[in-house]
Design a protein around this ligand. Structure first.
Ligand SMILES: Nc1ncnc2c1ncn2[C@@H]1O[C@H](COP(=O)(O)OP(=O)(O)OP(=O)(O)O)[C@@H](O)[C@H]1O
Ligand SMILES: [Mg+2]
Length: 275
């Protein structure tokens, strides 16, 4: 499996002329093709700054970055990188270019020079993937928050990227919309896409292959969700609250009750308690 992303010693400051506070600071990380990587960290730690590098929305100032084996420092690769690494943002309303869904979904492929006769197939396939087949003629205004976000994802899928970057895509959704969108993301990963999920919500990262913890623009640690979330010291340093089952495990242990293993999900907690 090839590397989908390779960042080496990335440094980014938004005001290079000024005092130059580093939003990314000597940041290195490799994401493997087909991997589901979650990125967590407190407000302002640099998650979106990193995401915008992966999609070539921000140019590399210092360090090295390859995305889908394309060197991001080479400006000739910008469009190729945007096609290979699609990004979905927090607010779906800001991502629509047309209120007619079919028109909106045609925009990306058209922009990337996909032949016109191929576009309807791309649209159909993207809608099918997000579970919204038959919505081509409908208006984005009449959709629920979760449906809007799924259409925004379909818009990115229509360009057929291998890497999908989700930046806080569930934070504006109600629980049902959130479930729908997370289900869609899980399906995309199961079908072989590389998924990079940025979130505030630690529970969303439990199902990831690996979790990267960012702190003040630096990579603090990367490992399996279990390695990251059961490390009390790491959790404290990132200012993150561990998932509920881990907190229950820790509380019980403080009271002298040690469960047979540290659970990450509610199902595992139930199993640990039953034993
Ligand atoms: N356009 C900008 N101009 C100047 N500074 C910025 C800009 N965007 C971000 N920053 C600063 O860079 C740092 C990292 O911001 P970034 O948005 O990457 O963090 P984040 O982890 O995505 O935060 P959040 O959880 O709030 O989305 C912050 O200190 C922020 O204030
Ligand atoms: Mg952000």
């Amino acid at each position: 499996m090839k590397e989908a992303v390779q960042a080496k010693h990335l440094v980014h400051t938004y005001s290079p002329a000024g005092n130059g506070r580093r939003s990314l600071d000597d940041f290195s990380l490799t994401v493997m093709g087909g991997e589901f990587l979650a990125i967590l960290g407190h407000n302002g730690c640099g998650k979106t700054t990193l995401a915008r590098h992966l999609n070539a929305l921000l140019a590399v100032q210092q360090g090295e970055l390859t995305v889908a084996c394309l060197d991001a420092r080479n400006s000739a690769n910008v469009w190729k990188i945007r096609q290979r690494a699609g990004m979905v943002f927090q607010n779906p309303d800001n991502q629509f270019v047309s209120s007619v869904i079919g028109e909106d979904l045609a925009f990306g492929p058209r922009n990337f020079g996909v032949p016109e006769q191929e576009i309807p197939r791309r649209i159909q396939q993207a809608l099918e993937t997000v579970g919204m087949s038959g919505y081509e003629k409908r208006s984005t205004h009449l959709l629920s928050g979760g449906q809007k976000q799924r259409i925004a994802i379909a818009g990115v899928l229509a360009a057929e990227p291998d890497i999908l970057i989700f930046d806080e895509v569930t934070s504006m959704l109600d629980p049902e919309g959130r479930r729908d969108v997370l289900g869609t993301i899980g399906r995309l990963h199961a079908r072989g896409r590389t998924v990079i999920l940025i979130s505030h919500d630690i529970e969303e990262a439990v199902g990831a292959d690996r979790v990267a913890l960012i702190h003040d623009g630096r990579l603090l640690a990367v490992g399996t969700p279990r390695e990251m979330f059961t490390d009390a010291d790491l959790m404290r340093r990132t200012g993150l609250t561990p998932p509920l089952p881990v907190r229950v495990y820790n509380d019980l242990r403080e009271r002298g009750i040690t469960l047979p293993f540290c659970p990450l999900t509610m199902e595992e907690l139930e199993e640990a308690l039953c034993r």
